[in-house]
Ligand binder design. Structure first.
Ligand SMILES: Cc1cc2nc3c(=O)[nH]c(=O)nc-3n(C[C@H](O)[C@H](O)[C@H](O)COP(=O)(O)OP(=O)(O)OC[C@H]3O[C@@H](n4cnc5c(N)ncnc54)[C@H](O)[C@@H]3O)c2cc1C
Length: 200
């Protein structure tokens, strides 16, 4: 008979630290946030202070430069504790767009603030009332006027916008009719939002 040897968990220490932190926010805390239709500010602050929210941000910008597996462990542990990772996962993954497509100046301007939690980049505006899964059909246009872009269009379903300082906006810079491939002529913008003060 074969003996099953459990695979050692390479993230045991991380999990223990997260369980410790998440354990300070009990079911009553999350139920109150839910009943008040609030936002788990205190939980997000605690996670930020402990450095977990900046897990994917490279060390040169103030993060810990961890990978996707570690980010998944963080989300998993939040949900395992009875919390809701959906309230804050945007802060972790949206900055990847900035990291991969932002200019050196934009990265320097925003990433350290996102890593420290001073800035929240939690939202992305992609979906439109008439455009869902097929993003090549999106109609929001960004037209360059001098050193700025003027954006016209409609966006819906922008999760966590009321808890963000910045959001990623996907818009067309060239009309669909003028491009060879449907996916061409679209650009990503960093757009400002306003979040109210802490409520929970
Ligand atoms: C809780 C929630 C949060 C959201 N947050 C955000 C957000 O933060 N930012 C944002 O931009 N959007 C957000 N969305 C919007 C979400 O991304 C859209 O609902 C999604 O893009 C689908 O668009 P749609 O509803 O128009 O469906 P459609 O695009 O009309 O699709 C309808 C159905 O057809 C299927 N389908 C579509 N095309 C094909 C195809 N070619 N082949 C086979 N099947 C197909 C789809 O899988 C789907 O089941 C959120 C949605 C929800 C529910």
């Amino acid at each position: 008979m074969k003996t099953q040897i459990p695979t050692p968990d390479a993230h045991r220490e991380m999990r223990d630290a997260l369980r410790d932190l998440c354990g300070s926010f009990d079911s009553a805390y999350w139920q109150k946030v839910d009943t008040d239709r609030g936002y788990p500010e205190k939980f997000v602050d605690a996670l930020t202070e402990a450095g977990w929210m900046a897990a994917l941000i490279p060390a040169e910008f103030g993060g810990s430069g961890l990978g996707l597996t570690e980010a998944s462990v963080i989300m998993e542990e939040i949900n395992y504790s009875g919390g809701n990772a959906g309230a804050l996962h945007g802060q972790m993954y949206n900055m990847n767009t900035l990291l991969h497509h932002g200019s050196p100046g934009q990265k320097q301007k925003y990433l350290p603030g996102i890593a420290s939690g001073k800035l929240r980049l939690q939202s992305m505006a992609v979906t439109e009332p008439t455009t869902g899964t097929d993003t090549t059909q999106l109609k929001t246009m960004a037209v360059k006027k001098g050193d700025r872009y003027v954006v016209n269009g409609q966006k819906v379903w922008i999760s966590r916008i009321q808890h963000s300082d910045l959001m990623i906006l996907l818009a067309r810079t060239t009309p669909l009719a003028d491009v060879k491939r449907k996916s061409e002529g679209m650009s990503i913008f960093w757009s400002t939002c306003t979040r109210p003060s802490a409520t929970a």
